[in-house]
Write a protein that binds this ligand. Structure first.
Ligand code: HEC
Ligand code: HEC
Ligand code: HEC
Ligand code: HEC
Length: 479
């Protein structure tokens, strides 16, 4: 947290200044370059083997045209996927600006360049060795391939339940958590790279993180077939199941990250990007900033604007509408943790509450599919519309995610047209919520806030979508 932000946090001033006075030595590895691997050390078992291992003809490097996605996965990733450029992004002007701002904020600690900075490479690179330049490559999502490369080509290979470490991304909860390690953040990696985009990084120019599984999967050039497009025998395998599991997995990742931040702050392991609570990115940006004012250089801080002054809400994108799709047994402890954290937002939360909430989330994972299958989708749409605070951008985003999944479900069941009115309105809603990317000449500016946010228009659109979905007949009872 910067000094200004610390001052803003009132109660936290003392803690932060003490933290800032610690000097480089007492900091986490944020300010240290990646340690070089001693050349004489015996090479560890090859875990990360690099995207090149997936390129054999007949494996994943076929041309995109006329080949199923699995055969052209490498080609799609290498030529179209933003993840392939994630390490290169650490070399551009935006990254320089972020590093420069961090250095200015803390002149006592020299900042290594972003490509070697342990505050960056945990999410922008695959490992620290020769594969790091690949950016976020196959093994960042599917797991280190050394142990399974050969095995997964054998007939009868099953990713689900394998013990060799190939990640089962077909499971939406596992997938959400894998993405969320970088798109929400989490505890440091085993080798000490920090996986946090803190308010300090955001204030220095890093895009804010705002993740929702289905939207983010759709924003990627897919190298997979969409197994959730049709509601299957397994209720988790439909769009609504994917949405609910994605929300739960993302929230679980947030809880684990918050727990690690609180643990670090409590133990005095504080530094520039780790171990400070309250971490402002856990809270609703627009509780403190005017909606359209989060351009990198133009935030006008207005003070927490919430039901109770001085009581910022936890990020509504993560916390809204939970009671509509989580089993009650999970909702109780999760919402209890939320209330406790919000009430004492500037104090360190009780880690036991976070722990109970994490346990409840893990437990709910197993029950979620069966629970979601009992919710009539048309009712769900109505409740989402009825229970959204349209003045809040993040709540509207949460509503969008749910309505989009319900619409996909209805379309797959043939009850609404896949290119019909509901989808036109959903596209309109998405536009009202999107962050702009603007370029003037060579300068590209990514904003962290919607271009214009009109609660009125958002409310009308959400209600129209919900009404259209409500008139769709209720789904046939499942066998
Ligand atoms: C917790 C993981 C995480 C960490 C740590 C992190 N980033 Fe990022 N970064 C991301 C994600 C995710 C995005 C894409 C965000 C989006 O568009 O939703 C991103 C986007 C960016 C972008 C914009 C790229 C573009 O194409 O516009 C830059 C520049 C950047 N990061 C630089 C940095 C630097 C410099 C650091 C270290 C100080 C850093 N990042 C640390 C996850 C991280
Ligand atoms: C950003 C994360 C990410 C990266 C990076 C990534 N994948 Fe995937 N991959 C996924 C997801 C998500 C799926 C869909 C899982 C599912 O539903 O079965 C997937 C599915 C696949 C599939 C199965 C396709 C199908 O239809 O059954 C293959 C094969 C694959 N990936 C190969 C690769 C290869 C090779 C690379 C690197 C060149 C790579 N992936 C990089 C996330 C990723
Ligand atoms: C190891 C970290 C990591 C993982 C895991 C990861 N991402 Fe990313 N993702 C990034 C970074 C870093 C960027 C920014 C890349 C850039 O712009 O150069 C990014 C960018 C993206 C973008 C483009 C965002 C934009 O604003 O253009 C999408 C979409 C995306 N990721 C989706 C996913 C999905 C879906 C998954 C899980 C299946 C996933 N990511 C897993 C790190 C990760
Ligand atoms: C508890 C209040 C609070 C919350 C919540 C909060 N901020 Fe801030 N923000 C501040 C304060 C105070 C500053 C000025 C001090 C600083 O730069 O750290 C600031 C500064 C910034 C700046 C830099 C503005 C500039 O002119 O340099 C950006 C960008 C920003 N915030 C974005 C965000 C985003 C995005 C979120 C949500 C993920 C967020 N903030 C959440 C209080 C808050």
């Amino acid at each position: 947290m910067s000094y200004a932000a610390a001052r803003f946090a009132g109660a936290m001033v003392a803690a932060c200044i003490v933290a800032a006075g610690g000097g480089c030595g007492s900091r986490p590895p944020v300010s240290q370059p990646v340690p070089p691997v001693p050349p004489s050390a015996a090479p560890p078992a090859p875990l990360l083997i690099g995207a090149g291992s997936c390129t054999s003809a007949g494996c994943h490097a076929a041309p995109i045209a006329d080949h199923p996605p699995w055969q052209s996965a490498y080609t799609t990733w290498a030529t179209r996927d933003p993840h392939a450029g994630a390490h290169d992004a650490l070399q551009g002007p935006v990254a320089d600006r972020i590093i420069a701002a961090l250095a200015v904020r803390d002149p006592s600690c020299p900042q290594p360049p972003a490509r070697e900075n342990m505050a960056c490479v945990g999410c922008h690179a695959t490992g620290r060795g020769p594969t790091s330049g690949e950016g976020v490559s196959c093994e960042s999502c599917h797991g280190p391939a050394g142990p399974w490369l050969v095995a997964h080509t054998a007939q009868g290979w099953m990713t689900k339940g394998n013990r060799l470490g190939m990640v089962d991304l077909a499971d939406p909860s596992t997938c959400a958590q894998t993405c969320a390690e970088c798109h929400v953040g989490g505890p440091p990696t085993a080798d000490g790279a920090i996986r946090e985009v803190t308010h300090d990084l955001v204030a220095a120019g890093h895009p804010r993180l705002a993740f929702e599984l289905r939207s983010y999967k759709r924003a990627e050039p897919p190298h997979w077939r969409d197994r959730f497009a049709t509601p299957g025998v397994d209720p988790a395998a439909g769009p609504i199941g994917e949405w609910a599991a994605g929300r739960l997995g993302t929230l679980e990742s947030f809880l684990r990250q918050a727990d690690s931040q609180v643990e670090a702050a409590a133990s005095g392991r504080r530094g520039l990007t780790a171990g400070v609570w309250p971490e402002f990115t856990a809270f609703d940006c627009h509780g403190c900033h005017r909606p359209a004012a989060l351009a990198p250089a133009a935030a006008r801080v207005v003070g927490p604007r919430t039901a109770r002054p001085g009581w910022p809400r936890l990020e509504p994108m993560l916390w809204s509408h939970l009671d509509l799709f989580l089993p009650a047994s999970a909702c109780g402890p999760i919402l209890e943790a939320r209330t406790a954290v919000e009430r004492g937002w500037s104090r360190l939360p009780d880690r036991r509450l976070l722990g109970t909430a994490i346990e409840a989330a893990v437990q709910a994972r197993a029950e979620l599919a069966a629970h979601v299958a009992t919710i009539p989708s048309a009712d769900l749409a109505g409740r989402i519309a009825a229970e959204t605070d349209f003045t809040n951008w993040a709540e509207a985003v949460s509503a969008y995610g749910g309505l989009e999944a319900i619409a996909a479900h209805e379309a797959a069941a043939g009850r609404i047209a896949a290119d019909g009115d509901v989808f036109v309105r959903l596209a309109g809603l998405r536009q009202l919520l999107e962050f702009p990317v603007e370029s003037a000449g060579a300068k590209v500016e990514r904003f962290s806030s919607p271009r214009r946010y009109s609660a009125g228009e958002v409310a009308v659109t959400i209600r129209e979508i919900a009404t259209a979905l409500r008139v769709a007949p209720l789904p046939a009872p499942r066998p």
